[in-house]
Design a protein around this ligand. Structure first.
Ligand SMILES: *[C@@H]1O[C@H](CO)[C@@H](O)[C@H](O)[C@H]1NC(C)=O
Ligand SMILES: *[C@@H]1O[C@H](CO)[C@@H](O)[C@H](O)[C@H]1NC(C)=O
Ligand SMILES: *[C@@H]1O[C@H](CO)[C@@H](O)[C@H](O)[C@H]1NC(C)=O
Length: 328
């Protein structure tokens, strides 16, 4: 039941000037996008744990997911930090060893391939909004219906907290490309300590629901598992992220032509390279440094919360909470 993650994405939530509207298009297999027609889309509003605990359904302890990630350590050329214009995405080019036992609905083996940070799939709760979410995307193979690979996403929420920077983010933030289309390598020895983003194993509480990709083709059937305890992010870190993925007005210094459209398009494909196995060639190889850019809007990639349509959101209570409850 061991598995490996695929990628990391960082997703920003607030200040969507022009929330994404994904109307038409087809996925890599020719199926139409389900962004507008789907009934199990992400993100959704998630009720507070207290509400779920009293009224909702639970993931029983024996069926809970266990996350064990080793550190992602770069050798200087095998961990990429990508600015695809929508998110900051981390990909690794080596066989990364981790052991994640995804336990819903059965116990699939899973292989993660990358991690994006988005500005587009925030999790909101009544009266609480988290501005950034990290998605650890995993691929599952060992279910009968998933021989070609099914995706599951583990979400880590970020809470804006005045004060010092979150050191867990420094490796990524220090190397974050500020221009769309740029890829930086983490320097040799730099590490992303993935498991440190999670509470201690006995304190892990999460919610699980059936959702979708948050960008086209918005394919459904993804298991979402979101850790309820947020990580802090400082205003400085948050602003850097927003500048990096903000909508920019770019001018080709040499030709004075507005240039935001083309690179934008390319890297959308790049974003979904692993997820959708798209092979769309990047038609416009553009040197991002050839442009002068000005941020004109933040949070271009924001996606509104989607109707729940009576989906069940299940709560997985932590071991320490269950133990303390059993004592009383
Ligand atoms: C870094 O890792 C990549 C992928 O495993 C490998 O191809 C490359 O040769 C390594 N570079 C160094 C300097 O070790
Ligand atoms: C998951 O990754 C490991 C190590 O990279 C590999 O050996 C294994 O075959 C992969 N599992 C599946 C189901 O692809
Ligand atoms: C983009 O920049 C150009 C050149 O500076 C300017 O003429 C244009 O009005 C700007 N567009 C927007 C939407 O800000």
């Amino acid at each position: 039941m061991a598995s490996t993650p695929l990628l990391l994405l960082l997703c920003l939530g607030v200040l969507g000037i022009q929330g994404c509207v994904f109307k038409e298009g087809v996925d890599a297999t020719g199926k139409p996008w389900v962004c507008m027609s789907g009934t199990r889309q992400s993100p959704i509003n998630v009720p507070w744990s207290g509400v779920l605990d009293h009224k909702g359904s639970h993931v029983q302890p024996q069926h809970q997911t266990h996350w064990h990630y080793s550190d992602l350590v770069s050798n200087g050329s095998n961990v990429e930090v990508i600015n695809n214009g929508h998110t900051i995405q981390i990909e690794w080019l080596y066989a990364y060893d981790s052991n994640v036992q995804i336990a819903v609905p059965v116990n699939p083996n899973e292989n993660t391939t990358s991690i994006p940070f988005w500005s587009c799939a925030p999790m909101t709760r009544p009266s609480k909004y988290y501005p950034l979410e990290m998605h650890i995307v995993h691929r599952v193979y060992d279910l009968p219906s998933c021989s070609a690979g099914c995706l599951t996403v583990t979400g880590i929420l970020f809470n804006l907290v005045a004060g010092s920077d979150n050191p867990l983010l420094s490796a990524i933030w220090d190397n974050m490309p500020m221009r769309e289309g740029q890829i930086n390598y983490l320097p040799e020895g730099a590490a992303i300590r993935l498991e440190k983003f999670f509470p201690a194993p006995e304190d892990r509480e999460y919610v699980a629901y059936s959702g979708s990709l948050t960008t086209p083709p918005c394919s459904e059937g993804l298991l979402w598992q979101v850790i309820t305890k947020p990580q802090p992010i400082s205003p400085k870190q948050w602003n850097q992220y927003r500048r990096a993925i903000g909508l920019k007005n770019c001018t080709d210094a040499a030709h004075e032509t507005p240039a935001s459209e083309e690179p934008h398009h390319d890297h959308h494909h790049r974003l979904h390279r692993h997820l959708l196995e798209e092979t769309a060639p990047a038609e416009h190889h553009t040197d991002p440094n050839a442009y002068t850019c000005e941020v004109i809007a933040y949070g271009e990639n924001y996606r509104n919360t989607q109707p729940t349509n009576r989906r069940k959101v299940k709560l997985a209570l932590s071991k320490s909470y269950l133990d303390s409850r059993n004592k009383h």
